[in-house]
Design a protein around this ligand. Structure first.
Ligand SMILES: [Ca+2]
Ligand SMILES: [Ca+2]
Length: 181
């Protein structure tokens, strides 16, 4: 039975490993830097369920390799010597949801950012349904932002799904208005 379980666990891990949500091709870039990072509030189980990656805009520029001691190591790639703005995202393999982190890093060729003993702490942005303008509070300002999202003049974000049904539509506007008044 134990043997059977091992085979199952191995197969499961192989399937997970082969289904990378984000990837980067190092050969497309001339420069790189390294980063040691932890995710705030994460333990080993969380790391197993999440992919963590660096982005410039919407382009993946590096993925975190978890190093079992509670932190991970990442190479971040760029074709510019310095200056590109790097952000971070978490992908939950179980729910297929993406969370953006609050951290912003400037790329600099060959720099080693943080170190194993003092890694950079990545802070996941908390989801606050209704806070469509991402200022940390739900207020009247969010109504006008949500109207702009609904008419297409602003991009949507995770807080715009006010009633958490997976869609952003007029029901969310109604829900938001009900929350405020
Ligand atoms: Ca707000
Ligand atoms: Ca909704």
């Amino acid at each position: 039975m134990k043997h059977l379980f091992s085979i199952f666990a191995f197969t499961f891990c192989t399937i997970i490993a082969s289904a990378q949500h984000w990837s980067v091709s190092p050969y497309d870039y001339r420069y790189d830097m390294t980063l040691y990072a932890v995710v705030e509030g994460f333990d080993a189980d969380d790391y197993a369920n999440y992919e963590i990656a660096a982005f410039v805009g919407d382009e993946c520029r590096g993925t975190l390799q978890y190093l079992a001691d509670g932190y991970g190591y990442m190479r971040i790639y760029s074709n510019k010597v310095s200056g590109e703005q790097v952000t971070f995202r978490l992908y939950n393999r179980l729910t297929a949801k993406t969370t953006v982190c609050t951290n912003v890093l400037r790329f600099y060729r060959e720099r080693q950012e943080a170190k194993p003993s003092v890694p950079l702490v990545l802070v996941p942005k908390l989801i606050l349904p209704g806070d469509t303008n991402n200022d940390g509070v739900v207020s009247l300002l969010d109504v006008s932002t949500l109207i702009s999202i609904l008419n297409g003049s602003l991009p949507s974000n995770s807080n715009a799904d006010v009633n958490s049904d997976g869609q952003v539509n007029m029901d969310d506007l109604q829900e938001l208005v009900d929350m405020i008044v």
